[in-house]
Design a protein around this ligand. Structure first.
Ligand code: ATP
Ligand code: MG
Length: 333
């Protein structure tokens, strides 16, 4: 059977990139696929998190999903740390994955920065945990933003390697990427060559789903741009990463191609374009953040969803892990 797995880290506030690159696709996917949506708190702690707020960040991320239209009855919605299969399978896959695979991951290099010696071991093996997340459900499809393509490749290698090493052909399906739409790569508002991220220390680099209208307008006003007018053709965005990003964001929010956006705004300067973009962003995001705040005012309801989701997730993953243990040759008592 076909099954989708996808996750988001409770590592900060959800932003426009998470929304346009992942969440709006999840909302569409739930119509046609069996979906497992996971708040990946085990991934979040690969970099330091404040234990006092991690649980509330996890609930908040679920509130955002609900606010965007994810149905927790139709889909499985849960927190990664409450299903043991993830960590157990991650260990086993850590023993079949190769150092060289993990060493090639560009996200590790980005996140570890200059001083990789001081990064956590968890950050290094993060993609193997991601492989475990997906394979513990024998998921067949994974929606991937640009930033996750390389990690999904490693998941495919993990699945294939396990199947071969243990002579268990087709035990794990080799998961396929579901390629995302125009929002697959939203860049930082401060640097058009860096992706928008929760973990970017600069608040001005991203628009959060919980930002109010004034904050959104201020961040767009302060977004890096250039002194030229917008071109009337997409080719004119070449070498202008910030302009390209802002036009792309407008298009993703308005469900227009960049060419259509430029047909409307070509020849205009940012003095005119930015206020239009701010107005559009507020119009699209305000209702979500309003609903999100409502969900957050009843965290007991979110916990009921998480508990139910964890049970349903375990019901799928536990029998798969049982087969894994037998395949690896662990004693069963
Ligand atoms: P962190 O900085 O902690 O890694 P993040 O902003 O990258 O956080 P994740 O939780 O790692 O967010 O990713 C959640 C989902 O959002 C993934 O599907 C990822 O592909 C997507 N995503 C993250 N950043 C962007 C972006 N800038 N543009 C489009 N999609 C994105
Ligand atoms: Mg990320």
């Amino acid at each position: 059977p076909e099954r989708v797995f996808s996750g988001m880290q409770p590592s900060g506030d959800l932003h426009l990139g998470n929304y346009l690159g992942a969440l709006i696709n999840w909302v569409k996917m739930q119509e046609d696929w069996e979906c497992v949506f996971c708040a990946v708190d085990l991934h979040a702690i690969t970099v330091p998190q404040d234990p006092k707020i991690l649980a509330s960040k996890t609930r908040e991320i679920v509130a955002a999903w609900l606010a965007a239209g994810i149905d927790p009855k139709k889909n499985i919605v849960f927190a990664q740390s409450s299903v043991r299969a993830h960590t157990e399978l991650a260990w086993i896959l850590n023993c079949t994955a190769r150092m060289g695979w993990a060493e090639r991951m560009t996200q590790f290099k980005d996140k570890a920065g200059k001083d990789a010696e001081r990064a956590s071991v968890g950050l290094f093996t993060y993609p193997v945990l991601m492989a475990a997340d997906i394979l513990a459900y024998k998921a067949t499809h994974v929606p991937v933003g640009d930033d996750q393509k390389q990690h999904l490749e490693l998941t495919r290698d993990c699945a294939d390697r396990f199947n071969r090493d243990f002579n268990a052909p087709n035990f794990f399906p080799i998961p396929e990427p579901l390629i995302q739409g125009p929002g697959a790569r939203i860049m930082s508002l401060k640097d058009g060559t860096k992706k928008m991220s929760k973990s970017d220390p600069s608040e001005l680099s991203r628009i959060n789903l919980v930002d109010d209208g004034d904050t959104i307008a201020k961040k767009i006003k302060k977004a890096k741009s250039d002194a030229n007018a917008l071109p009337s053709e997409v080719e004119g965005l070449e070498g202008r990463p910030e302009a390209r990003n802002l036009v792309g964001i407008y298009g993703a929010l308005a469900d227009m191609t960049s060419a259509q956006v430029l047909a409307e705004f070509g020849g205009e300067g940012f003095g005119k374009f930015k206020p239009a973009l701010a107005e559009l962003a507020v119009e699209k995001l305000a209702p979500i953040s309003e609903r999100m705040r409502n969900y957050m005012s009843d965290t007991a309801q979110i916990d009921v969803i998480l508990k139910d989701g964890a049970e349903r997730a375990s019901a799928i993953a536990d029998p798969i892990l049982k087969q894994v243990r037998e395949t690896v040759g662990f004693v069963s008592v």
